[in-house]
Design a protein around this ligand. Structure first.
Ligand code: ATP
Ligand code: MG
Length: 392
């Protein structure tokens, strides 16, 4: 008998002729996610992926696999040759484990016969096993509607018995949907935004703006830490760092105070778009959400958005902060995000930021600046950091 992890994927099944491409990516990402835990065999078979457990730590492997985008369900199963007596025996052991470890009192059997040469149909198998379990285990009952545990039996080229179904994250495998550049601040929202777009299979790279030495080395470290957590899900990527301070100083000197934030937001977008073009990303991602702050009113978003031609993905646009925080906690970025280091936006924070900026007025202010030179300089001084998995 062998123990295997069974991995199921949902949406990939709908990909028709492209299914192979998605599956191969998924296998690659699963292998990568567990690569430092040894080299368990990972393989695809009939629209599922299997990982042979052998001597590996099941809990550790599952914890990793659970974070790979594109997976809907994970189970750990016993796998053995197809033989009805053996299936009964293994199903009983499985049930006994559930009784002893989880105290279950009710169960039901769900069977699936994939091998059509097997003489019994799915329902017959379930009935047979159910009867056998009732006869051989005391103190349990069948409950078809709301059982404490389900014993799953599958008859394929080999037989599988299992009783757990762990939820995966869903989504699509990274690298199946182009590339986008995430504007990553040190806050709560942008890591969540990157994670959400990554979940749709988009390759992510990130850009961060700081105002060093007005913002500290620690603030930079915090962004690096957030990037590392994100890389657990989206894989290794590059983080580009831009010093926005010269631009902020220039804005501060030449433009109305209340426009400082919106003007620097537009610079961020323009710089991000240029960097995206350089690295073959075809979209930008931000953590903006309608009405969250002055720079995220509908009017402000319009002005920010007008700075670029590239599509800007804003997955949090209609989400409430509590719901964003819930995701931040789930993906483990929250505790890092709330560390109290200053952000580049707070350096020249106007006392009364414009909440209804008008584009023509903002463009007039920009006319007072040597935009091209400022942007080119900022990019020329850009630093690049490679974010590797397992650096945490
Ligand atoms: P967050 O929690 O992500 O910091 P926020 O609520 O503080 O967001 P803003 O500061 O208005 O909102 O920023 C809106 C979005 O602009 C951020 O989600 C992020 O995508 C981008 N952004 C803001 N500041 C920076 C920065 N310093 N570097 C890179 N991107 C930034
Ligand atoms: Mg912020």
């Amino acid at each position: 008998m062998k123990k295997v992890i069974i991995i199921r994927y949902g949406e990939i099944m709908l990909k028709g002729a492209n299914k192979r491409f998605f599956e191969d990516k998924l296998v690659k990402h699963i292998r990568h996610a567990i690569s430092d835990l040894g080299k368990p065999k990972v393989y695809k078979q009939h629209s599922r992926i299997y990982v042979d457990l052998e001597n590996y730590d099941e809990t550790q492997l599952i914890e990793r696999i659970q974070k790979v985008f594109g997976i809907t369900l994970i189970s750990t199963a016993k796998k053995f040759e197809v033989d009805m007596d053996r299936i009964r025996e293994e199903a009983l052991k499985e049930l006994q484990d559930r009784v002893n470890f989880d105290g279950v009192k009710t169960f039901k059997v769900i069977s699936k016969r994939v091998d059509k040469n097997f003489p019994m149909q799915s329902l017959e198998i379930s009935r047979d096993i159910g009867g056998y379990l009732l006869q051989n285990q005391e103190g349990i009952q069948v409950d078809v509607h709301n059982p404490d545990t389900v014993i799953y039996v599958e008859v394929r080229e080999e037989a599988y018995v299992f009783s757990n179904k762990i939820m995966g994250l869903g989504g699509l495998p990274i690298g199946t949907n182009g590339k986008a550049l995430l504007l990553l601040s040190g806050g709560i929202d942008s890591p969540v935004a990157g994670w959400m777009v990554g979940k749709r299979g988009v390759d992510i790279e990130a850009i961060h703006f700081h105002s060093y030495p007005f913002t500290s080395e620690r603030a930079k470290e915090k962004v690096l830490d957030l990037a590392k957590i994100l890389s657990i899900y989206v894989g290794e990527f590059k983080l580009y760092s831009i010093n926005l301070l010269p631009i902020q100083k220039e804005i501060n000197e030449k433009c109305p105070e209340e426009e400082a934030t919106i003007l620097s937001r537009r610079f961020m977008m323009m710089i991000a778009e240029r960097v995206a073009n350089k690295v073959n990303a075809t979209g930008l991602i931000t953590g903006e959400s309608i009405g969250q702050v002055a720079s995220q009113t509908i009017e402000s978003l319009h002005v920010t958005n007008s700075a670029v031609a590239m599509p800007v993905f804003r997955p949090l646009i209609a989400m409430d902060k509590v719901d964003i925080i819930e995701i931040a906690r789930k993906i483990d970025t929250f505790e890092t995000s709330i560390l109290p280091f200053e952000d580049c936006c707070t350096v020249f924070l106007p006392k009364r930021p414009a909440t209804k900026p008008r584009l023509e007025k903002i463009l007039r202010s920009e006319g007072k600046l040597d935009m091209e030179a400022l942007i080119e300089d900022a990019i020329a001084n850009m630093e690049v950091e490679k974010i590797r998995l397992g650096d945490i």
